[in-house]
Design a binder for this molecule. Sequence first.
Ligand code: NAP
Ligand code: F7E
Length: 329
Amino acid sequence: MKRAFITGITGQDGLYLAELLLSKGYKVFGLMRGQNNPKRELLERELPDVEILTGDLTDLSSLMRAMSVAKPDEFYNLGAISFVAYSWENAHLTSEVTGMGVLNALEAVRLHMAATGQQVRFYQASSSEMFGKVQTVPQDEDTLLWPRSPYGVAKVYGHYMTINYRESYGMHASSGVLFNHESPRRGPEFVTRKVSRAVARISLGLQDKITLGNLDAQRDWGFAGDYVEAMWLMLQQDEPDDYVISTGETQSIRVLLDHAFAAVGIHDWSSYVELDERFMRPAEVDLLVGNSAKAQAKLGWKPTVKFPELIAMMVEADLVEQKELAGIK
Ligand code: NAP
Ligand code: F7E
């Protein structure tokens, strides 16, 4: 039985990845932070076979202790402060967790391997936010990195540190440069879920409007369930490498609104949407669209869910949840 260790197990990707690995027969360990994490109950209910270990990416000794229990064949580093807007207000903390946390994770793996002789493969959750002010369209593995937020800068640090550990210590360390991926499990602070939830509530008469920031930004949005498959595939290769994972299609927030409102039969959303400066960012990433040809050729990976289907799936799930919460039959 293969063993996997996942940081960020309580996040969107952690849940999908744990499900995937359990379905493949892995023994899965997940790192959970805090002495009373509110997501523990959800994790224990949805994935009772995951063994929870406590620790924090900012605390190397907690990672070392977790490693000595999990003894993983594969280490997936998904833990991060991942909300870009929050990263300006908490730049130092974001650098510590999203940036230095990667160094701690790599060190925990390196020291564990040196002490036990065990081989551990490492996955780093890098991000299309590293492309920031994009220098080529579409973006691929060779595109110059120009991050536009403290989050993006921290991810660049983690990305290059992963490459450096591969080159310095011969570690099987791969970095997945994933473009935005969404699902009904997406946190409500991100724009797709903020919209799908609000649209569900508006259609049920529970809310009047939704307040947003920049409607012109464009993102390459895929389905999280597809993207965790790519993470696993990277660690099954003989050689470690870096891969862009994306759909190759980009949509604006306006188009997102078109699809989300259409899912509940509303075709003119203008009276339901308000703009608010508070949701504008100090520096924006205007356009992201990825070229995942390398992953498609080498990993045999490809996305299976198209954008309209993804948004309809999210609105549908939010309708069910909101009806349940409001006691609507
Ligand atoms: P997410 O839902 O925000 O989950 C983040 C996870 O990190 C949570 O489990 C969180 O735990 C954990 N975490 C936060 N601070 C931590 C700390 N100090 N120590 C240990 N764990 C900590 O993110 P996601 O969407 O699943 O994304 C997974 C990873 O991929 C992240 O690294 C993200 O930056 C990266 N990424 C995401 C996307 C995307 O579109 N989703 C695209 C590219 C890259 P709590 O639940 O306790 O807060
Ligand atoms: O914003 C615009 C906002 O917060 C998308 C993370 O998973 O993907 C994610 O980062 C766009 C931006 O995601 C609102 O300005 C307008 O242009 O959903 P988001 P993100 O910043 O792209 C990358 C790849 C990651 O790695 C990150 O971890 O939508 N936008 N109005 C808004 N965004 C939000 N959140 N809220 C608004 O009201």
